[in-house]
Design a protein around this ligand. Structure first.
Ligand code: NAD
Length: 371
């Protein structure tokens, strides 16, 4: 990768993209970082608030399909590194409407690869130092039985949802651009992230926000689906380590070594929130609609709903490679990260209230058929 990295971050107003922009500019306050985002329902300009104080930061509202725009932004700012987060990311939505997943995750990624190839390999100066880092998921590997060893980088791809298949398609295109055109690429496949700026349709923020409204906590099926969870800041550190020292053409699994069943996470969040509200009456006043303020235990709100079709039972990551090669390991343990996340949601109601606009609520109502 180039020595002076000038970044284009796609999907920068989404959950992980926004966390990454904060992380990178905190580490490199004078860096060039152009945040590109189409601001779909999942994108939130407010998640990047405060970054304008960095001279090298710009936000551009735009679509990764827009070839001319991407070319112009990259040329104007001398971009030599793309960190590609932009995607449709919600499995449930991919079941109801796979088309946009194919559009954005496969065709959108291909458009970025094509533009990068044109500018970095075939531009007026010939080949220039560059890096295309693609953010992917552990879901490309399919599902695991209870006794199966965790996913490694050479585990065969077996995506089960349209979301996972579209991400797998993108991963293959990134790989093909390296092998065919010698584009300098890296890919990371990460487990489930949690932390600040997480859109409240995903499990952890949904549970926190519903407890704050004394609303049912929907659990798919028996709730015994197992996921590996990683604090988003740790994911950002892992990506930064790959940008700095990752092997060209390599892919890295990033995980938390932290397997939890969904139902146990919901119970843990409930216990922590009950305890926080019991200890600090400030929160009872701030959230008069909350379970605690209404005299209920969070766990009483748990409601099992029909399981997602084709729901994978277990994902687990073997992250030995990134630890051995790049010295990266997660720093935040799960109970600490969950506490920090709950605190962040309690302290930032203006952020999540804004994102939960009418269209999102309609979708949620259709999804869970209540409230
Ligand atoms: P997110 O849905 O919160 O954010 C996606 C962002 O991409 C949004 O801001 C959206 O506006 C933007 N976007 C969508 N289509 C676009 C387009 N055509 N052009 C420009 N911008 C567009 O997703 P996230 O959870 O932050 O995930 C980011 C990436 O990380 C995704 O590629 C996802 O597959 C991957 N990933 C996520 C997780 C996780 O736990 N959230 C785990 C592993 C990998």
């Amino acid at each position: 990768p180039p020595i002076e990295k000038r970044l284009l971050v796609t999907g920068a107003a989404g959950f992980i993209g926004a966390n990454f922009c904060h992380h990178w500019l905190h580490q490199h306050p004078h860096a060039t970082l152009i945040a590109l985002d189409a601001l779909t329902y999942a994108g939130n300009r407010h998640s990047l608030a405060g970054l304008e104080r960095h001279n090298g930061f710009r936000f551009v509202q735009g679509d990764i399909h827009d070839t001319l725009l991407v070319e112009r932004v990259m040329t104007d700012h001398g971009i030599n590194v793309i960190v590609h987060f932009a995607a449709e990311s919600h499995v449930d939505r991919s079941i109801h409407d796979p088309d946009t997943f194919i559009q954005t995750n496969i065709l959108g990624t291909h458009n970025l690869l094509r533009v990068a190839r044109g500018l970095w390999l075939d531009g007026p100066q010939g080949r220039i130092p560059h890096r295309f880092h693609h953010i992917s998921t552990d879901e490309v590997y399919g599902t695991l039985g209870p006794q199966d060893p965790p996913f490694r980088e050479n585990t065969p791809y077996a995506p089960n949802s349209p979301y996972a298949a579209s991400k797998a398609g993108a991963d293959h295109l990134v790989r093909a651009y390296r092998h065919t055109y010698n584009l300098d690429t890296t890919t990371s496949n990460c487990s489930n992230n949690y932390g600040p700026y997480h859109f409240p349709e995903k499990l952890i923020p949904l549970i926190i926000v519903n407890i704050l409204h004394n609303k049912p906590l929907p659990i798919y099926g028996d709730g015994r689906q197992i996921r590996d969870w990683l604090y988003v800041e740790d994911h950002c550190r892992g990506i930064a380590a790959i940008l700095d020292h990752g092997q060209e053409g390599a892919s890295y699994n990033i995980g938390g070594c932290n397997e939890w069943a969904n139902i146990d996470i919901v119970r843990l969040i409930g216990e922590i929130m009950d305890e926080l509200f019991a200890r600090d009456p400030r929160w009872l006043q701030a959230y008069p609609q909350s379970a605690a303020a209404q005299g209920r235990k969070s766990a009483d709100l748990i409601q099992h709903v029909r399981d997602r079709p084709g729901h994978d039972r277990r994902y687990a990551i073997d992250a030995t490679k990134i630890t051995e090669e790049l010295g990266f390991r997660p720093a935040v343990d799960f109970p600490t990260g969950i506490r920090q996340t709950i605190r962040w949601y309690l302290e930032h109601p203006q952020w999540w209230q804004k994102v939960m606009d009418g269209s999102y609520r309609d979708w949620l109502d259709a999804q869970y058929g209540e409230r």
